[in-house]
Write a protein that binds this ligand. Structure first.
Ligand SMILES: [Zn+2]
Ligand SMILES: [Zn+2]
Length: 116
């Protein structure tokens, strides 16, 4: 039973050629990044929108954007791992980056599986 529904920000971004080239150049054996990404923060969050583009070892490359600009920045995982266990029965880790705005989220980016 879910005690609170976390509503995810509906903002989306389409990566430009340079951003796709950046992700394509990362040393990972992962599938290529989708050209369109959705914000993974809580709806109504402050600051820039953010979507995880790619993960290389312990570094996560997040695309962050506003109405006027976008950039790709490296982050590590949010340290709130396991703390969410007090909020739900499942032992879930926060799936966002350290210092993210809004509430912790263990949402596993269901939209990522749409094309899988
Ligand atoms: Zn957002
Ligand atoms: Zn968090």
């Amino acid at each position: 039973m879910v005690s609170e529904d976390l509503v995810i920000c509906p903002a989306r971004i389409t990566l430009d050629a340079a951003q796709l080239a950046f992700f394509g150049g990362l040393p990972v054996a992962a599938p290529s990044v989708q050209s369109e990404l959705g914000c993974e923060l809580e709806q109504g969050h402050g600051g820039s929108h953010a979507a995880l583009g790619q993960q290389v070892d312990t570094t996560m490359w997040w695309v962050q954007w506003t109405l006027s600009a976008s950039e790709i920045n490296p982050y590590t995982w949010c340290p709130a791992r396991g703390e969410l266990a007090t909020q739900s029965e499942a032992d879930e880790d926060c799936a966002l980056f350290v210092g993210h705005p809004g509430r912790h989220s263990s949402v596993k980016r269901a939209w990522r599986n749409e094309a899988a």
